[in-house]
Write a protein that binds this ligand. Structure first.
Ligand code: GAL
Length: 679
């Protein structure tokens, strides 16, 4: 038995569920033939196999999995093997009801669905340990198994008595004594002071919902408990002798967990990307998806994996749109462009029944190779093989957007200037998109990461300052960095208490101002930014803003634009302050996209920051990966029409058709020699 040296190639394949077809050996054999034809080199197995692997408590059936993994290996296909904890067997819930989750209104779920298990339950942990250990013993030395996929899309929370106890213990550890907690949560408000940790209950719609400190700590606890559960799973594998790397799969912009915390304990971060292609502008969808790719890469500052994506339409979005010709490959290369070392689909073979029977697949119900999707999967497989030299390369980003989950939790659960939408994601996306459209690679980081390698930091709506971010930002600007901070920043501390003495807390001197009031605008209500004199920065003389308008008191900063309407007409709307060798901009309101495009265009030009590519036409997305002094530039058209574009003279085309234009839904990848940007 031998496999080709796949470590040199991009991982290409997807979730495969042979346990659904054990009574059809003919189909399983046919699958192998088709996988090879499609140039698929890897499959993910076992994500939902628990009830087949352990049909009754303590009764194990591994022969079928051995057979399949052996057959795959004989055919040069490797395996990412999953622990099955994402969906447990019926017998387990029946015999041990404590494994079933309890909702926030204290109702215990019946058996059903998936991701419906308590992460605290000692029984669940023990049963997961048993099956994981068995899997490890069976497959740890199998040469086909290249990686361990830990559970599936950890998510949601449980409010059972066991979780309540664990929460109290976690709080006690955090605060040591109840007075500290009362102060941190400001419980004298509404007379909610606790006398002991035993009185604490998780937030509930039939109980406490108004204590923001409690809500925030509960979310932190849920992340800590999920992380602890994941580490338990990994520990069992390692103790049983597993040596291969581990990977966890995340979801799109999921706010139930702080993924950074989980990422620390696995070797690879991966995610499952299901954008709503063709529902609205694909260009916007591409930027939105690109931001998630960049977030996944930034967590470990190394290549991530695209663990799942849809070959054509998923079946669970409101409308299931098939991917137009070219989109499959474009979406695959998009992930690679942003730092993925894999392209994986859900699902390899379409299930016949159940919730996902109409979800697209590499092999559909018809089962042949002469389908449009199968052909596009095959073409993509061939292309990825030709791009193997790019695997493992890095994305060098001159700019970063700070996008922080803890701050988001605090901001979105507070009652504040706008309770029908703060548009945090949208605000971050505007900065992200503007930086990318102006030709820069962008990292999407949280407040704990180092800022040292960047030249521009965008800090949209950084509501909570934590992890010493004030000091890091101060040092960053002091040493010549460009900070663009916006309204609603530096308002609360790590326990969600409002800062006293002026905000953005600790940075008023760096920004040369303090925020005095913030006006919430009604739906549809707008104001405008107007240039103040000859600021030299802007192309347009009027930009719309909405949602939130900060009224600031200047103390050294220079106003560049002012508001056009309302009683605060003439108040600063955009300011800049010189601090150390750097500049600190402050954007007072939720300005339209064009504003950010123009702002960053000017900053990038003024600072001489070399873009990956100049003059990027609308509809094109640029991203690059670098290895030593070779830069691979991905130029992708996310519209249906050809777009004319001038590639640099030194561009050596590695892939794609280029005749002065790039065709609709297609990509060109070129190589060039480079020097890394110096700060
Ligand atoms: C993912 C999940 C897969 C499958 C897929 C369908 O979120 O991990 O198991 O359900 O969605 O799009």
């Amino acid at each position: 038995m031998s496999v080709p040296k796949l470590c040199q190639q991009f991982i290409y394949g997807g979730d495969y569920n042979p346990e659904q077809w054990l009574d059809r050996p003919d189909i399983l054999e046919q699958d192998i033939v088709l996988l090879k034809k499609a140039h698929i080199n890897t499959v993910t197995l076992g994500v939902f196999s628990w009830s087949v692997l352990e049909p009754q408590e303590g009764v194990f059936r591994f022969e079928w999995l051995h057979k399949i993994i052996d057959r795959l290996y004989q055919n040069g296909i490797r395996v990412i093997l999953a622990t099955p904890s994402g969906s447990r067997p019926r017998w387990l819930a029946e015999k041990y009801p404590e494994v079933l989750r309890v909702r926030e209104d204290r109702v215990r779920y019946l058996y059903g669905e998936r991701h419906n298990h308590c992460y605290t339950s000692p029984v669940y942990r023990e049963k997961v340990a048993v099956i994981n250990r068995k899997l490890a013993e069976n497959f740890k030395d199998h040469p086909a198994v290249m990686m361990w996929h830990i559970s599936n899309e950890y998510r949601d929370e449980c409010h059972c008595p066991l979780c309540q106890q664990a929460f109290r213990k976690w709080l006690k550890n955090r605060y040591q004594n109840i007075d500290e907690l009362n102060h941190a949560w400001w419980t004298t408000f509404w007379s909610h002071t606790y006398q002991s940790f035993d009185q604490i209950e998780s937030p509930s719609s039939i109980g406490e919902k108004g204590l923001h400190g409690l809500t925030l700590d509960w979310k932190r606890f849920v992340t800590a408990q999920t992380t602890d559960f994941m580490c338990h799973e990994i520990r069992v594998l390692r103790e049983a002798g597993v040596q291969q790397p581990t990977v966890v799969n995340f979801m799109n912009d999921y706010t139930g967990l702080d993924y950074y915390k989980l990422a620390e304990h696995v070797d690879y971060v991966s995610w499952d990307s299901y954008p709503t292609w063709h529902h609205k502008s694909d260009v916007l969808t591409a930027f939105d998806t690109g931001m998630q790719h960049d977030l996944m890469r930034s967590m470990k500052q190394k290549p991530f994996l695209l663990m799942e994506s849809s070959p054509s339409s998923p079946n669970w979005q409101n409308i299931s749109k098939v991917k137009k010709p070219g989109m499959l490959m474009n979406a695959a290369l998009h992930a690679v462009a942003h730092g993925s070392d894999s392209v994986q689909f859900f699902q390899i073979r379409q299930s016949r029944g159940g919730f996902e029977k109409f979800h697209s697949a590499v092999i559909d119900h018809y089962g042949g190779e002469d389908t449009r999707i199968f052909k596009e999967v095959t073409e993509t497989g061939v292309v990825l093989e030709t791009l193997a030299e790019i695997k493992g390369s890095q994305v060098n980003a001159a700019a970063a957007v700070i996008y922080d989950m803890e701050s988001r939790w605090a901001m979105e659960s507070a009652k504040g200037p706008r309770n029908e939408g703060l548009f945090y994601h949208e605000a971050a996306l505007k900065s992200y998109q503007a930086l990318r459209k102006n030709g820069l690679n962008v990292d999407v980081i949280n407040m704990e990461q180092s800022l040292e390698k960047y030249r521009i930091i965008a800090a949209p709506m950084l509501y909570m300052f934590r992890a010493g971010i004030e000091e890091k930002l101060r040092g960053f600007v002091q040493q010549g960095g460009i900070l663009v901070m916006t309204y609603w920043s530096g308002i609360v501390n790590e326990t969600d208490l409002c800062h006293i003495g002026g905000t953005p807390h600790g940075l008023t001197d760096v920004l040369g101002l303090r925020s005095e009031e913030i006006d919430g605008l009604c739906k549809g209500e707008t104001n405008h930014f107007l240039p103040l004199g000859k600021n030299g920065l802007f192309m347009k003389d009027r930009y719309e803003c909405s949602h939130l308008c900060d009224l600031v008191h200047l103390d050294g900063a220079k106003p560049l634009m002012t508001y056009a309407e309302n009683f605060y007409k003439g108040y600063p709307a955009l300011t800049v302050n010189n601090y150390g060798s750097g500049l600190a901009y402050y954007v007072c309101a939720d300005a339209e996209m064009d504003f950010y495009l123009d702002l960053y265009r000017n900053i990038i030009a003024e600072q001489n920051i070399p873009p990956v590519m100049d003059s990027i036409p609308e509809g094109i997305e640029i991203s690059s990966r670098t290895i030593k002094n070779t830069e691979y530039v991905f130029v992708q058209n996310f519209t249906e029409e050809p777009i004319c574009i001038r590639l640099p003279n030194e561009a050596e085309i590695l892939f794609g058709c280029y005749d002065g234009a790039i065709q609709g839904y297609s990509s060109v990848i070129y190589r060039k020699k480079t020097q890394l940007p110096q700060k």
